[in-house]
Ligand binder design. Structure first.
Ligand code: G6P
Length: 550
């Protein structure tokens, strides 16, 4: 039993019913499921906004889905969802509300935190961002020497990098092509070096993105960027024209030397990995313009409303979350692949890695007790068709169960030449062929019928039954991107709620930070670090020798 008297997850009747159902189902063959139900292809599709979501190629029956929905209801997913939307402090270990949904709420919405409606604040910052973005885009905001800003360098890490960097790539076709926009995150000096080496400091704006403004990588890179700028422009006053900050921490921003008049604010109820439609999106907004940014927010909001109000049977994030629970908790899957068939989504899976793995990579429940069930999967993947020529072999014929999401678009971006646009059908032919091959494989008899010698038959047989979700949309617009990201945010929410973990803290990143600080003097000065283990001690000594330090 839980501290609050509730039965623990794996002891609930709903969990046990799913385990029994899995045993009774035995080996699920997609060929059989489709043969038994000719309507499965169209029947197992849901629509949300501009997204067409096909879940027919999953190792589930109607009964499986019904039992999974019962698990969701029994574990309080809907109550927690409503509490999140109401602004309750559902991030219990940090005692914070979780309100990224307020960042995309319409102007007239009312969402209260501690009795204060936060929506007017959200729109006030969005308006300030829009005003600033317009001034940079029009050339009205100039650098210290009066030159037009032609380069924007976002300096941030984790949630202050991955979201805007991913969305910038995704929406490149909507960006001002006259502007150079780059993202620096790594504390490896090579990152800043490569991002700035061909830029004119007089034309460069640094956007320092950090919720806390204490993150060592970001503060270090921001300090180096400042030095780079001042070396060229020679005047401290230049900082005010070339640096803006995106943060919740005005004191630290001022301490760094950025005028808080040039700071765009957000709030502690926005988690880092849920923050790119807050002020953290400024670099993106400069690139695509305020109108496109607002279209993206509307896309998020559309899916928020769907998640909040759609019945369980047609609720897409709920379904995606439940399918993940089925594979992770009842079928032994350890990972989940996200495979976008769009070059523009090249950073989408990396973005989802933080969203999913930082949220649900937990091993104690909300009451602090070890969980007795699997939690978040390893999320991985790269854009198709590249993966097909690399690791798809393992998905098709390896020994692991890897559920995958395939994301594709009916139309290429408008600016492609006719010749390049014509390649789109080939891209999408691969997209459809892969999910078909993964689901239905190729039987030994089919292989034999092709005249393959008997000894090669096992090698050329594809078992099939590799489950996939297909998400299809007309084209990758700002709104569609917002819809996609919100789908995954809420999918992660559903899973965290079922597993009874706090999806909104990230204590697991702290230990490494503390140890890095402790070990640094050993590298630089050869200082004795108390309590350093024998392995690390030897490695540090080898490092110092290789670095040419005595
Ligand atoms: O925005 P910041 O405060 O600089 O934080 C940047 C990132 O680093 C932290 O360590 C967390 O793991 C991330 O959730 C966060 O997004």
């Amino acid at each position: 039993m839980n501290a609050d008297g509730r039965t623990r997850l794996h002891q609930t009747p709903e969990w046990k019913a799913l385990a029994k159902h899995r045993d009774e189902l035995g080996e699920v063959r997609l060929r059989d499921l489709f043969a038994a139900d000719p309507g499965r292809g169209t029947g197992c599709t849901l629509r949300v906004g501009d997204l067409y979501v096909d879940h027919s190629k999953h190792l589930v029956t109607d009964e499986t889905l019904r039992l999974l929905r019962e698990l969701a209801a029994a574990t309080g997913v809907f109550g927690l969802r409503d509490a999140m939307f109401r602004g309750e402090r559902i991030n219990t270990t940090e005692d914070r509300a979780v309100l990224h949904t307020a960042l995309r709420a319409p102007r007239d919405a009312v969402i209260e935190v501690d009795g204060e409606n936060v929506v007017p604040k959200v729109h006030a910052v969005l308006d300030e961002m829009a005003d600033f973005a317009d001034r940079v885009r029009s050339g009205e905001w100039t650098g210290h020497t009066g030159k037009r800003i032609r380069n924007v360098v976002n300096v941030g890490i984790g949630g202050s990098d991955l979201g805007p960097a991913m969305a910038y790539e995704a929406l490149r076709a909507f960006t001002d092509r006259e502007l150079t926009v780059r993202f620096v995150s790594n504390v490896d000096g090579a990152d800043l070096h490569e991002a700035t080496r061909d830029l004119d400091p007089a034309e460069t704006l640094f956007v320092i993105a950090s919720k806390t403004f204490t993150t060592i990588e970001t503060v270090t890179n921001a300090t180096s960027a400042r030095t780079w700028l001042l070396k060229a422009l020679g005047d401290e006053k230049a900082v005010a024209r070339h640096f803006v900050a995106l943060s919740t921490n005005a004191e630290k921003v001022a301490g760094f030397g950025i005028d808080t008049a040039n700071m765009f604010e957000f709030w502690d109820w926005v988690g880092g990995r849920y923050s790119y439609d807050s002020a953290i999106g400024l670099s993106l907004m400069i690139a695509i313009g305020p109108d496109r940014f607002r279209e993206m927010l509307d896309g998020f909001h559309l899916v928020d409303e769907h998640f909040r109000t759609a019945p369980a049977e047609s609720n897409v994030p709920l379904l995606m979350g439940l399918l993940g629970v089925w594979y992770g908790n009842f079928m032994g899957a350890q990972s989940h692949a996200v495979l976008p068939y769009s070059h523009y989504l090249s950073k989408f899976t990396a973005y989802l890695q933080q969203l999913d793995m930082e949220s649900n990579g937990k091993s104690v429940d909300r009451e602090g007790r070890p969980v007795a069930w699997q939690t978040g999967p390893v999320v991985w993947g790269t854009p198709g068709t590249n993966g097909q020529h690399a690791y798809y072999q393992l998905i098709h014929q390896g020994t692991k169960l890897i559920p995958a999401d395939f994301i594709g678009f009916a139309r290429p971006v408008a600016e492609l030449s006719d010749e390049l646009a014509a390649q789109h059908d080939l891209l999408m032919a691969n997209f459809f062929a892969q999910t078909q091959a993964l689901a239905f494989g190729k039987t030994p008899d089919e292989v034999r019928a092709e005249g393959v010698p008997e000894e090669l038959v096992p090698h050329k047989t594809f078992r099939g039954d590799h489950p996939t979700t297909t998400i299809l949309a007309r084209e990758l617009t700002p709104s569609v991107l917002g819809q996609l990201v919100a789908l995954y945010e809420h999918k992660v929410f559903v899973q965290g709620a079922i597993w009874n973990i706090d999806s909104f803290d990230q204590w697991g990143v702290e230990l490494g930070k503390v140890l890095a600080k402790r070990v640094e003097p050993a590298l630089t000065e050869g200082a004795e670090v108390p309590g350093l283990d024998a392995s690390t001690k030897a490695l540090v000594a080898a490092y110092r020798e290789l670095r040419g330090r005595k």
